[in-house]
Structures are given as C-alpha cells and as structure tokens.
Design a protein around this ligand. Structure first.
Ligand code: FES
Length: 112
C-alpha cells in the first residue's frame, strides 16, 4: 500500500473507482456509498471484479469537499454521490468503453 492512491501497484480493472474517504466526504455519507459499491460489484475495496471491469480503491481528498461524497471513475469526477446514484454510475460504466475506459494504462477505443 502506498501513501499515493494513484500509483498502480498491480492489476486494475477497466474502471477504477476511487471513493474519497477524507473527513468531509466521510461526514457526508461515504460509508453508505462504499457499502453500495461493494454490494453491487461483489468485491471489497482493494479488489477487482472477476471480469476485470471494476476495481474499488480509496482516495484522499479530490478537492470536491463541498460536494461530497465524491468519487472518481478513472479520471471523471462524480459528486454528491448517494447509494441510489451508484447504480446509475455503474450502468454508465458498463455502457461505456470509450474515454472512461483504461486498461493497463492505455485508453481503449469504444467497442460496438
Ligand atoms: S474530503 Fe472528499 S473531496 Fe475533499
């Protein structure tokens, strides 16, 4: 484990979901969002789904403290995330293998 959440230490899924666990997001309900992510994906933080699509990681403050809970999917920010919004975010990922998709550090083109 590194102090810097964006350093890759191994295999990650196409979509790396990094949920902020710093104090403002923590107070805004990041635990409920984390539980929903783990439940929907069937993995815990630090793991990647068997199909290689999703990884869950913790992140430190991303500068969106007034709009927490905040998370990143690869380099896209989502704010004011609720457990209900988790489903929509995951659906967006499943439909998109375009700009949001990163695998082994390389962007992939959209698949049809
Ligand atoms: S505390 Fe979560 S974005 Fe700053």
């Amino acid at each position: 484990m590194t102090f810097y959440a964006f350093l890759n230490e191994g295999y990650h899924g196409k979509f790396v979901i990094r949920l902020c666990r710093t104090v403002s997001c923590d107070m805004a309900g990041k635990d409920r969002v984390a539980s929903q992510l783990e439940s929907d994906l069937g993995i815990t933080f630090g793991q990647t789904t068997r199909d290689g699509k999703f990884s869950l990681e913790w992140a430190s403050c991303t500068g969106m403290c007034d709009q927490g809970p905040a998370l990143l999917v690869n380099d896209q920010v989502f704010t004011s995330v609720t457990p209900e919004k988790v489903h929509d975010i995951l659906q967006l990922c499943r439909k998109s293998f375009g700009p949001l998709a990163v695998h082994d550090g390389h962007h992939e083109e959209a698949r049809v």
